[in-house]
Design a protein around this ligand. Structure first.
Ligand SMILES: *Cc1c(COP(=O)(O)O)cnc(C)c1O
Length: 409
């Protein structure tokens, strides 16, 4: 007998759970790419995508994953020899820095470790020290998916303004878009990158770059941008094929349309609220279990925890054993620890992550947490019993948000 039979559940931080509506939208014959419904749909979809990013400015779409969006964004605003500043709070900050290095940029990294958010004073100091303004951009990962730290983007904007530094503020919202509150224009973000497979509930394969007029000016000042990465025509196409510099990713677009419909029907504020309540349920369970055992949230201060992903410490080999138990005995796949220990160090088996991004609701998260509790019992991993109940209380006490007038946003 196995209790894993039934609908499986991928609770990793991307790819995320795909709604049936998204899957069904993709389940159809290839559409005409020259005229008609598909081109019309894409024209109308761009503003809906920008609404999720909370920007009134430009959108470019790439056929690629998040790494492609990282490179695309950089390719349009900096050139070899330029300097970028990377405040890193986990693996993904370093990942974007590596892409920048590969493009011939000089990378200044401020490493804040694996458990603390950006130190804004230190960032401001680094910018003030750059009196000749060699730094062209600050590469800021909003939610670092490895550590689950959620950084203070408006605070970073304020630090850059206080330093009087003209660098572009570039945000990576690949994990956070559609999960954690993010306000591109209101927070003064110049460039934002995202991907399809996390909060946007669509298969991996689309990368998005949103940019404002200041970033467009930086693009205009470059001698040359490789034709494929150049965002100019993608954001302002004369012909449909220019959106994608070639054949459109037809079925990804159909899926994304359905996902955006779902987000806008629910309302982005309600989407953020749902993620927040469910994240608080997860934190409550983990804090409870950790009262008598090795389980510990990686981020201590709730103000810096992401509502999309939770990174946990439990000691080796418990992380690995728990993941195997949950997948093979209960049909739910947890995320591996990422960047918390060297890849050849057995200590890496002491971490795991929960993805709670996109198409998730109370019964999924309560089921996930009860499954983890069953695993802790089955594997004899010390913990305080009752974490799942603590989560249930958070869910029970959540107040539904009053329905807002349609004109409000
Ligand atoms: C997932 C992720 C990436 C990388 O995206 P890929 O699609 O795997 O290339 C980059 N940054 C963040 C914050 C992410 O969560």
């Amino acid at each position: 007998m196995s209790l894993a039979h039934g609908r499986s559940y991928l609770a990793i931080p991307g790819p995320s759970v795909m709604p049936d509506r998204v899957l069904q939208a993709m389940h159809r014959a290839a559409p005409n790419i020259y005229e008609g419904a598909l081109p019309d749909m894409v024209d109308a979809m761009i503003p809906d995508l920008a609404r999720v990013a909370r920007t009134a400015h430009n959108t470019a779409i790439y056929i690629g994953n998040g790494h492609a969006a990282w490179e695309a964004a950089l390719a349009n605003v900096v050139q070899p020899g330029d300097t970028v500043l990377v405040p890193a709070t986990g693996r993904f900050g370093h990942g974007w820095a590596e892409m920048a290095h590969g493009l011939g940029l000089t990378v200044e990294t401020l490493d804040f470790g694996l458990r603390a958010p950006w130190n804004l004073d230190q960032i401001e100091e680094a910018l003030r020290a750059d009196t000749r303004h060699r730094i062209k951009a600050v590469l800021a990962v909003h939610v670092d998916t490895s550590t689950s730290i959620r950084n203070d983007v408006p605070g970073l904007r304020a630090a850059m303004d206080a330093a009087g530094h003209p660098a572009l503020l570039m945000a990576d919202c690949i994990a956070s878009l559609g999960c954690d509150r993010f306000e591109m224009d209101a927070w003064g973000v110049d460039v934002m990158v995202a991907g399809s497979q996390k909060g946007l509930m669509t298969p991996p394969g689309l990368g998005f770059v949103f940019f404002n007029d200041k970033a467009a000016e930086a693009r205009a000042g470059l001698d040359r941008v490789s034709r494929y990465w150049d965002w100019t025509q993608r954001a302002n196409p004369d012909w449909f094929y220019q959106y994608f510099c070639g054949t459109a990713p037809t079925h990804h677009l159909l899926g994304l349309r359905a996902a955006l419909d779902m987000i806008h029907e629910e309302g982005i504020e309600a989407v953020w609220d749902r993620h927040e309540v469910l994240a608080r349920a997860i934190w409550a369970a983990c804090e409870h279990w950790g009262q008598a055992g090795p389980l510990e949230l990686n981020v201590g201060d709730p103000g810096y925890r992401s509502c999309a992903v939770t990174s946990l410490r439990i000691g080796a080999p418990h992380g690995q054993r728990l993941r195997e138990w949950c997948e093979h005995e209960a049909g739910v796949t947890l995320g591996i620890g990422l960047g918390m220990a060297p890849p050849d160090d057995p200590a890496r088996h002491g971490f795991f992550r929960l993805g709670h991004m996109g198409h998730i609701n109370a019964h999924m998260i309560l089921g996930l947490l009860s499954t983890i509790e069953a695993g802790l019992v089955a594997l004899d991993i010390p913990h305080a019993p009752g974490g799942a109940q603590a989560a249930a209380q958070v869910v029970a006490q959540a107040r539904p948000r009053p329905v807002q007038a349609a004109a409000a946003s």
